[in-house]
Write a protein that binds this ligand. Structure first.
Ligand code: SF4
Length: 258
């Protein structure tokens, strides 16, 4: 199977998950919540993604786009501030799907958060930032931390885990290059994360070397991700018949599959 083109999928998803309300780009969200990640963070979970990862914890909303409710950036801002201020959090973030699909919505939100004192974390697979250098240039103007989550450590892993055409893996690296070239600081303003549950030591070593070539700090700043075996994650993994080599139970106990 050749796989799909994530940029074509981005467009198809964007048409469903965005809508213009009084001239501003609204986006479908399925939840707003507080949480323990990053030491406490207010989170807006968006609907829709341009990848179809077989381990996605939010697959019911990232793979299926006609769910949730449209929110303007102003309403998202209010919801996140309400959660963060009531819980004493310093961080806010978008998660759940791919936030960069609704680019104008995201920029308006960053505008609203600028100068508020909250640190905005953008969790992304980086593909669209890799494709559009101007996206990186625009992000560099804001007080934002970009976490680029790699789907595996090689083109083959990327393709196996996402179902996308292997060559699109390159755009994940390109996003780091673009952010660097636009003046963002590696390890501070942006850093890589990577799904390691399905990899080999050899592939991971090559991956780290590739990051080092972009900037040595990036190889030191990797956020290592492993599958957490929540029942709904096990459900989607079973459909793919791909087994993680290492995963964690929901109470954080390592599970070695092979
Ligand atoms: S990129 Fe993230 S949100 Fe999108 S399908 Fe993969 S794991 Fe889910």
């Amino acid at each position: 199977m050749l796989g799909y083109n994530p940029f074509e999928l981005s467009e198809a998803v964007r048409r469903v998950v965005t809508r213009s309300i009084s001239g501003v780009e609204a986006r479908r969200y399925y939840r707003f919540r507080g949480g323990r990640w990053y030491g406490g963070v207010a989170t807006g979970d968006v609907v829709g993604c341009n990848l179809r990862c077989i381990f996605c914890w939010s697959w019911r909303y990232s793979h299926f786009t006609n769910k949730g409710t449209y929110y303007t950036p102003q309403l998202v801002f209010k919801n996140l501030i309400d959660i963060a201020s009531s819980k004493g959090y310093k961080y806010v973030r978008l998660s759940g799907g791919e936030p960069t699909i609704s680019w104008n919505h995201l920029l308006t939100l960053l505008d609203l958060f600028n100068q508020t004192g909250y640190a905005f974390i953008l969790e992304t697979n980086g593909l669209l930032i890799g494709k559009h250098k101007e996206y990186a240039k625009q992000l560099a103007k804001y007080d934002v931390v970009v976490r680029v989550s790699f789907k595996g450590t090689s083109t083959d892993e990327f393709s196996m885990l996402t179902g996308a055409r292997p060559e699109f893996f390159e755009y994940q690296f390109k996003s780091l290059e673009n952010l660097l070239e636009c003046g963002m600081r590696p390890g501070e303003d942006f850093y890589p994360a990577v799904m390691l549950s399905f990899t080999t030591d050899e592939n991971y070593a090559k991956f780290r070397k590739r990051l080092e070539e972009i900037h040595p700090v990036l190889a030191q700043a990797i956020d290592e991700e492993y599958v957490i075996l929540y029942p709904h994650v096990v459900e989607i993994l079973n459909r793919s018949r791909v087994k993680p080599k290492i995963a964690f139970s929901p109470n954080n106990i390592p599970q070695y599959m092979i």
